[in-house]
Design a protein around this ligand. Structure first.
Ligand code: G3H
Length: 247
């Protein structure tokens, strides 16, 4: 039985003031019946981990470097994330793939480093609108899965997030059938590569314009084990609504 997961990705948003929202969230869900993860910007990681210490809400990073240390100005290693209190890291988000030219190989190397550091990884995959319109969605997702996910993956250290690029921050959401088709495909690919035991234990999140109003319908789709939430994770009330829908 896979435990549900609500993950919030704050992206490049949030200052110390936002920590008050986090604490409000922790008060609203002293013992959530689902896993809750917040990934604030790196500047807030340490204080978020401190503010949420003793609660069931975990904190994670939004990226890491593939090396453990060295001359990489501006980068953060997986060990540093763990040292700051993170237990997870998002990798391969489409905004990293686009803004920083990250390729599947880069993401796999980062994921290896994160797993070696004891972090859970949330590896993102998703197609552009052009790719969907050209009926290439499953080919694209298949390539991202085989290229980005390392061999050492297990149900403990890997979560896969399906995020259609055209649904991120746009208010557009695929149909429930479209979400189900991709999630079933990802599940089948994981089972084929890692065997049924591991393949069935990896949690699959949907991400892209998830709101309290559409969350219940999305969570009812087969092989959707939770959500990776951007905008709606910035307000404790909205994120609470999504956690409620998952509980
Ligand atoms: O990582 C989160 C996703 O990019 C979804 O963002 O909920 O603002 O559409 P959104």
């Amino acid at each position: 039985m896979r435990r549900k997961l609500a993950a919030g990705n704050w992206k490049m948003n949030g200052t110390a003031i936002a920590l008050a929202e986090l604490e409000a969230l922790a008060r609203a869900f002293p013992s959530p019946s689902v896993d809750v993860l917040i990934c604030p910007p790196a500047t807030l990681l340490h204080s978020a981990a401190k503010a949420l210490g003793g609660t069931d809400i975990a904190v994670g990073g939004q990226d890491c470097h593939a090396a453990t240390s060295g001359a990489h100005t501006g980068d953060i290693s997986a060990d540093m994330l763990a040292d700051a209190g993170a237990t997870s890291v998002i990798l391969g988000h489409s905004e990293r793939r686009e803004d920083h030219g990250e390729q599947n190989d880069d993401i796999r190397a980062k994921a290896r480093a994160a797993m070696d550091a004891g972090l859970k990884t949330v590896i993102c995959v998703g197609e552009s609108l052009e790719q969907r319109d050209a009926a290439n969605t499953l080919d694209i997702i298949g390539g991202q899965l085989s290229g980005s996910i390392p061999d050492q993956s297990t149900g403990e250290n890997l979560v896969v997030a399906y995020e259609p690029i055209w649904a991120i921050g746009t208010g557009k959401v695929p149909t429930l059938n479209e979400i189900g088709e991709v999630h079933d495909f990802i599940r089948a690919r994981l089972e084929r590569r890692f065997g049924e035991g591991v393949g069935r234990s990896v949690r699959l999140l949907y991400g892209g314009s998830v709101k309290p109003t559409n969350a219940s319908d999305i969570f009812a789709v087969s092989n959707v084990d939770g959500a990776l939430v951007g905008g709606a994770s910035l307000k404790a009330q909205d994120f609470s609504g999504i956690i409620d829908a998952l509980s």
